[in-house]
Design a protein around this ligand. Structure first.
Ligand code: EPZ
Length: 426
């Protein structure tokens, strides 16, 4: 078992470049099923979730070649199965992103019902309701979802009960060949959805309105493979912005569009953090103590739930009390209970967290509850007194490429050590 060991109190400053967005790359990989042939994806992050999605595509019969660390060549002309095994879906619930493409291409799909995870039940009822409206019938049998549309899909209007990212993406991908036009109302507006629509349109789809609450998909014939570069990861960028903010030294974060972090950066400015925006970068620094602010997570362009833990970490050492409200997932405060072990003063009341700022955090052994909470615990360790050890770091490896190396390049005293605590690297 590996852990991350952080020595607090060292300056963290310099420049860091983020990778392509995990939450786009996984869907772009699934979407290659819609375009038989060789699609090349650039700027793909080298993270475990991408490796799992590669296994899912190979399980379906595709060829997946890693051309270089960040470029994948995916040949889906050989895809001859529409069944994804529970073993892979259980490892990564984002595997359900193949549901829409498989239905569009084969008129059927068998996808294991994804389990919940540490942050919530993660149901897919909205995916199913929307697909049923398009003419897909479903059976759930022994934990597998059997979807079928033997006569193809018929475009219609679907209103999502909640602006679900995954449901929006599956409905877009399922409806690219539907007869007529599909309208998704109350659609999610995340930049990763715009990235998916851009690639599908390059493939020959006809999708309008991505990035707005109403997306229109006009059914077309065959799609053709393309070359596409994954949009920069706004959440990895936001994580490094939060790291710069908590340590206080200037850090330039490159490789993403600051407009994709609009509200986060505006909130950070309200917290007294200096933000200089460039075309594809931000420079973050801080001189005064962090000011408290209230945060509520909402679908984009609201405050992203994937930045909640990192921001709560900042607020835990602010000069005053903040309220953090989590509206997207029902159980995304486990990070707070781990941060308590480091001396924070946080009271959870339902989906609100009352965060009373403390002067200092103290290093401790803590357990990463999920991907973003784990990154936030490492972030806390950078400013805590003494040594912090973060366990269950496989969560972090799912979405952050070379996280420790990037932090060390910024001057942090961070290393990955094995359970026997001999140093593995750096
Ligand atoms: C995507 O998850 C991201 N994952 C999540 O990032 C992100 O937090 C989330 O969108 C919100 O932005 C990927 O893109 C791989 P949702 P997704 O459907 O699609 C409920 C990370 O850290 N819901 O918008 O699963 C659901 O349970 C991860 O990178 C239903 O009830 O998110 C959740 O409470 C974490 N029924 C809420 O809606 C449904 O059919 C939002 O889920 C679908 C969703």
């Amino acid at each position: 078992m590996e852990v991350i060991r952080i020595e607090g109190g060292h300056p963290v400053t310099g420049e860091v470049t983020v990778e392509g967005a995990k939450n786009s790359a996984l869907k772009l990989m699934a979407a290659t099923i819609l375009a038989p042939g060789v699609t090349t994806l650039h700027n793909v992050p080298n993270i475990s979730d991408v490796h799992i999605m590669g296994k899912v595509l190979k399980e379906l019969g595709a060829k997946v070649d890693v051309v270089d660390v960040h470029t994948l060549r995916i040949d889906t002309s050989t895809v001859d199965s529409w069944e994804t095994p529970y073993s892979l879906v259980a490892q990564m619930r984002a595997s359900t992103a193949v549901l829409g493409p498989l239905i569009a291409r084969f008129g059927q799909a068998v996808v294991a019902m994804p389990g919940g995870c540490n942050i919530g039940a993660r149901k897919i009822d909205m995916h199913i309701l929307g697909l049923q409206a398009l003419g897909v019938t479903f059976d759930v049998d022994h934990g597998d979802i059997h979807a079928s549309a033997p006569h193809g899909l018929v475009g219609t209007s679907v209103t999502l009960e909640f602006a679900s990212v995954g449901a929006t993406e599956n409905l877009i991908m399922a409806s690219v060949h539907a007869k007529g036009t599909t309208v998704i109302d109350n659609a999610a507006r995340e930049p990763e959805i715009v990235d998916l629509a851009n690639m599908l349109n390059k493939m020959g789809a006809h999708i309008e309105g991505a990035g707005t609450p109403v997306i229109e998909i006009r059914g077309v014939g065959e799609l053709h493979p393309v070359t596409h570069s994954v949009v920069g990861d706004r959440i990895e960028a936001g994580t490094f912005a939060a790291i710069a903010a908590i340590v206080g030294n200037p850090v330039t974060v490159r490789g993403f569009d600051p407009l994709h972090l609009g509200l986060v950066l505006r909130k950070y400015e309200q917290m007294g953090i200096e933000v200089e925006r460039g075309e594809r970068e931000v420079r973050i620094s801080r001189t005064d103590r962090i000011k408290p602010v209230d945060i509520q997570t909402l679908p984009f362009p609201g405050f992203p739930t994937d930045m909640q833990a990192q921001t709560m970490c900042l607020l835990s050492v602010a000069q005053g009390t903040s309220i953090v409200t989590e509206n997207v997932f029902e159980n995304r405060f486990m990070f707070a209970s781990e941060l308590q072990r480091m001396g924070s003063d946080i009271t959870i009341q339902g989906h609100h967290a009352v965060v009373r700022g403390v002067e200092r955090l103290s290093g401790a052994e803590v357990r990463s509850p999920d991907l973003r909470g784990g990154a936030a615990l490492v972030m806390a360790g950078l400013v805590a007194d003494g040594v912090t050890t973060v366990l269950d770091i496989y969560h972090i490896d799912r979405g952050y490429e070379r996280f420790c190396e990037k932090l060390r390049d910024l001057g942090a005293h961070v290393s990955r050590v094995s359970a026997s605590f001999e140093v593995l690297e750096g």
